[in-house]
Ligand binder design. Structure first.
Ligand code: AMP
Ligand code: MG
Length: 360
């Protein structure tokens, strides 16, 4: 509760600066300033050729948690990481050898531009960026401002559209101000965005013969016709993935990470009745609930030990779910219901989906 009210007070107090940027002029000072805000864990609205993005330092999970908090999203969605150029791909992805020539071709042909590549991630990419998936979505936009800020930061910028949940994506700085003015420290204003369509999302994979191909996860300006000129295109759900070098549980290959073990949600104030012969593990918010005090748990893992900060819990959620899933002493996972406000809603969405998968 305190966390919630603190974020409300904090939000309404913040002054949002809008800085005009003309990419044709020397704006290095402005890019540096934006990068400094990001490096300190702040959020900056930055234009791309499609919409204005709400950018965070992709390597700072607390900053990325703020993106979901400020947008008021009731769920986590994996975010696209914006890179300054194609070379930076190697900083966050492990491209399997068999796919490297195809990736090189796509990068040469369509970057900078409205193409997003989903590739096996390196461990340096936080779970909250990818929703716990073993892959990360990467893009090099044709908008100089986003690329320049990522270059100045020296790390990728994770950015969804700069609007509150359920609202229309903003294509100008005044539209961003209407959405997020007072909640973020900085907006870079480079005028209206030039493209109407969102980026094409592609996942390089292998076709049924084991040859490199791309799977189109979202249609966009890089059309199938354009793609077919340089590679084979397979339908969503077709073709096989090459696993990331990072070890991952089978459940991670679903559209979001979901544990393979059954998961039950439970009110932290209500007693839990265990079944004979079943070994339970508890995911608790703070670790001090009546539920956590019961002696039926083989393992207890808190999301935000002691302090109970929703942002901290959000950052740890996927890692804790995975750890509990991999814990050999546990057959069934019990997760405490979380406060249904702010990031608690996003976490409850994830947990509800995980609970609904039982028996599938
Ligand atoms: P946008 O809303 O334009 O920022 O695009 C984000 C889209 O990228 C969402 O629809 C995500 O589902 C998709 N996306 C991001 N990361 C991944 C990933 N690792 N695997 C599949 N889709 C992804
Ligand atoms: Mg959006």
């Amino acid at each position: 509760m305190i966390d919630f009210w603190w974020s409300m007070v904090y939000d309404s107090r913040m002054e949002t600066r809008v800085i005009e940027v003309d990419p044709l002029e020397d704006c290095r000072r402005i890019y540096k300033e934006a990068a400094a805000v990001l490096a300190e864990g702040g959020l900056v609205a930055i234009p791309t050729e499609t919409v204005y993005g709400l950018g965070a330092d992709a390597f700072n999970p607390d900053a990325v948690a703020k993106v979901f908090e400020v947008k008021g999203r009731p769920s986590f969605d994996p975010l696209i990481c914006h890179l300054p150029n194609g070379k930076a791909l190697k900083d966050i992805t492990e491209i399997p050898e068999a796919l490297q020539p195809l990736v090189d071709k796509l990068v040469k042909e369509f970057w900078p531009g409205p193409m997003t590549l989903v590739l096996p991630r390196k461990e340096c990419v936080p779970d909250i960026v990818t929703s716990g998936l073993p892959t990360v979505a990467c893009r090099v936009t044709s908008h100089e401002v986003m690329r320049a800020v990522a270059r100045a930061l020296g790390r990728p910028v994770a950015a969804p559209s700069a609007n509150r949940f359920g609202h229309i994506s903003p294509t100008s700085a005044p539209a961003v101000m209407k959405e997020l003015g007072g909640s973020i420290p900085l907006v870079l204003d480079a005028g209206a965005c030039s493209e109407g369509l969102e980026s094409t999302i592609l996942q390089p994979c292998l076709d049924e013969k084991g040859n490199p191909a791309v799977r189109v996860l979202r249609e966009g300006p890089v059309t199938r016709e354009k793609l077919r000129k340089i590679c084979k295109v397979v339908k969503p759900g077709k073709g096989s993935d090459i696993e990331a070098a990072t070890p991952c549980a089978p459940g991670m290959l679903k559209s979001h990470y979901a544990p393979t073990k059954p998961l039950l949600l439970h009110d932290p104030k209500e007693p839990f009745t265990p079944q004979e012969g079943v070994r339970y593990g508890l995911i608790t918010y703070q670790g001090d609930s009546p539920l956590a005090a019961q002696d039926c748990w083989e393992e207890v893992m808190p999301l935000s030990p002691g302090s109970g900060r929703l942002a901290e819990a959000a950052v740890r959620l996927f890692a804790v779910m995975r750890a509990m899933d991999e814990c050999e002493a546990v057959d069934v996972i019990v997760a405490e219901e979380l406060p249904k406000m702010g990031l608690g809603m996003a976490m409850m969405d994830r947990l509800n989906r995980a609970a609904a998968q039982r028996g599938e």
